[in-house]
Design a protein. Structure first.
Length: 126
């Protein structure tokens, strides 16, 4: 079994954050488009659970398993907010809050990678 690699995990989260940022930006851009339904992506923990390696049976006496999960995908989401007469369901306040969450997650991800990179560089110099 391969150990969890921090840099691989950070890169996967950065890809997920890019997809989410794209979805939020599309929602904001279409805030006044008639009949537009906002989209979002699955939470990162669910995407990570789908893509985590599982056991594969190489012998009929072994425990069964599966393969890697699917990629990150957009989906329309249900909202309790009333749809406007134009059919649009985008709430700008919520989308702006999501954009702020994405920015903070990018900053945290970058800070963690920088810290581990500095730590690795310090150990190789010694």
């Amino acid at each position: 079994m391969k150990p969890v690699q921090l840099f691989d995990l950070a890169a996967a989260q950065a890809r997920w954050l890019s997809v989410r940022q794209n979805a939020v930006a599309g929602n904001i851009a279409n805030a006044s488009t008639p009949d537009f339904k906002p989209t979002d992506v699955e939470p990162f923990d669910k995407v990570l659970a789908k893509t985590a390696p599982t056991l594969v049976a190489t012998n009929s006496n072994h425990v069964g398993g599966g393969a890697f999960g699917s990629a990150i995908g957009r989906r329309e989401f249900e909202t309790d907010v009333p749809v406007r007469p134009s059919g649009n369901a985008v709430v700008l306040e919520e989308e702006l809050m999501k954009a702020g969450e994405v920015r903070r997650a990018f900053e945290l991800n970058t800070a963690i990678v920088k810290a581990f990179h500095r730590m690795i560089m310090m150990t190789t110099r010694s």
